[in-house]
Structures are given as C-alpha cells and as structure tokens.
Design a protein around this ligand. Sequence first.
Ligand code: SF4
Length: 418
Amino acid sequence: MAHSQPSSPEISPQDPRALRKALRGSATYFAKGFEEHKDQVQSDLQTTYKSPLVEQIRAQSYRYQQGEITIRLAKAFGFCWGVERAVEYAYEARRRFPDRQLWITNEIIHNPLVNQHLEAMGIRFVGKGPDGKKDFSQIQPQDVVLWPAFGASVSEMEFFRSQGNEIVDTTCPWVSRVWNQVDKHRAAQFTSVIHGKYNHEETLATSSFAQKYLVVLNLEEAEWVARYILEGGDAADFQQRFSKATSPGFDPDQDLERIGIANQTTMLEGETRAIAKLFETTMLRKYGPQQLDDHFMSFNTICNATQERQDAMFELIEDPLDVMVVIGGFNSSNTTHLQEIALEKGLPSFHIDGPDCIQPGNRIRHKPLHQDITVTEGWLPNGPVQIGITSGASTPDRVVEEVIRRIFALREPSELPF
Ligand code: SF4
C-alpha cells in the first residue's frame, strides 16, 4: 500500500510536547542505541573512521611537516559527539534488526563517506518526490525508521508513530534542547524567532515545534525585522520577504509582540548571540524594562561542538598560513561557516567534500562560498607552504587523513610514517 506524505508541520493536529512524551513511552521507540551491540560497533567505527595519522598529528601539536609542506590542523575539528552518537546508533540498529529494511529520513549526517557506508549496509535513504517533498510511500509498517542527528519534524514523528514503525531516534540532544525552548515559546504563546536557514533539515524540524515562527538567516535580516518592530512598515512587504521563512498566516503586526529566540545549532555562534542581543534591545526599547519579560525570552542553546570548532578555526588562522582546506559535506552548514571564517580573514580557502577533490596536476575540486562546485588549477603554491586544515562536525578523521596523503602526493610520492 502506498502511504501519502505526512501533513505539513504547521497543520499537524498533535501537540508536539504530548507527541514526544507519547513516543518516549512507546515500546517501538529507541533513543539510546542498543547496549548489547555497543562493543562490537565501537570496534567497527574505530576501524572505519579513525585515523592513526591524524592521532599522531594531534599528538605533535597539530603540526606535521614533510619536505616543503607543513600541515597545521585546527585544535578541534571533525566528528562531534552528537554525530558520533548518531552513526553509532545507526550501526547498532543494523545489528539489532538484521533482517529488516532500515530507512533514514534524511542523510544521517552531512558526510558522503558515512552515508555511502550506511547504504552499503542496506540502509536506505528517503528520497524526494516530484513535488520536492520527501516521499515516504515505500516505507512499510514493518520497516525500521532512523531519524538523523538533525531530528525529525512533528508531522514526520506523528506519521511514523501512527503507522506503527519501529523508530530509532538519533537526534542530537543539543537539537532537542532547542526544541524544549521552542516548546516554552509555544506554551507562553510567544513567536519563535529562529536564527537559521529556513530550508535546513534541522530548522524545518525546529520550526515544526513552534505555533508561530520566523526564521532569520543573518544579522542583516534580523536588523530589518528589528526596524519593523520599532518603526512598523508594510505588512505585505514583510510577508513577501519572509514568505518561506514564516509560519502560515504570519502577521508581523501581531506576531512580533512576544518573541523567543531559538537557533539552528550550527550557525555562527557570534551571530546568534548578536541577533539575540539585538532583539532584546529592540523589545527593551519598545516595551521598557518592566515589561521585557512579557515580550522577550532567550536561552543559550548554542551547541558547544560547533563553538569549539569555530574557536579553533579562529586560533588556527591567527598565525600565517598560505592556504586553507576545509573538509566537509557541501551541504554541511557548520563546514560552510568554517569556510566563511577563513575567507573573512582574506585567506585563500577551499571547501572540499573528500579526498577525491585533491586531483593530480595540482587541481582541486571545491565549492566556493554560495557558488557551484568548480575545479581550480594550481591551487597549491610552489615552494615552502603552510596549509591549514579543518573539517566539519560530520567528517571522520579517516577522510582528513586521505586528504593529507593526497596533498603530499601532489609534490612527491608520500613517505608518511604509517
Ligand atoms: S554539531 Fe552540535 S548539535 Fe550538531 S550533532 Fe554535533 S553536537 Fe549535536
């Protein structure tokens, strides 16, 4: 039997808080992995994703030199614990349900290598239908469904619960923490103002928990909204500008009177803070200190893994580098932000998604910021060169190792010590 696409998040009849509670009490819902398979899976992951070379470079003050090339690694990069946990749960689920069809409602994380491995294990990814929406029609009630680290929307939760699927939830606890804040906004009838990308999986899930929401991409958009709050403006213009980034029927003249701040966990931390501060000041100016709490809510829900990687990037680029290589899925938000940091410093920086991007003849396949993937020739300067390397939270060390090998191979056959 074909199953239809679940209803859109905003018209889900379910109370999200009650739905999550019902799921937690259900015998078909697993959110802590499978203890009995942990040891074997740890060993599998160690072999598949860890890198002795990267461990060695870490132990050598994050620096490795061979010939004229010096590699300098950021002090925090790669797999965060939320991603490690999601991958671990997926591997454990495969062992727990060896004869069942497993589905992931999206890429479990934004890393092509990890997703290829999962596919090779027979785990299928939900595709999109002609309308661009996820197509759940092939998922049968007896199948097992994995929710990725970014979570699932309220309507997806409701769909799989009512269909009776066994559910393995790998949602990162930092993402659930944001949902808890949005729950609070909803309970207090506040609008959630979410710093994020309106079409990012995580933000789609987060916004589905809100009664009313507005997604702002950056400080510039937030400033535009703040001016509207203070000075008013043309509601139709507002609605058109944020047509894809607001809940249905959003009325800026009413729905911005009480606002709470939430964030996509992988946005630039400094910008999230600046946006929260901006709206706090805006509501303070509009309503005065006595009434601020009736109009504004904000809690720190910034993921510390994202923060650590951003801080390490700032530290890495303090010393002179000739070129920067940022490794991570091309659709990975936290990787893109690392790339932004390098570019703001004026450093030549290449965002690649794996070792295949380093090509013979000093060519590199990469994705310039906000542009399509391209190939650049002669990217590695001649003579002594200092190369900074970092990777996004979804990138295994094994990928970083292979990138390093290929960079050395551009100059001379590698004699790496492993
Ligand atoms: S980057 Fe942060 S929020 Fe995202 S999976 Fe990792 S720990 Fe969780």
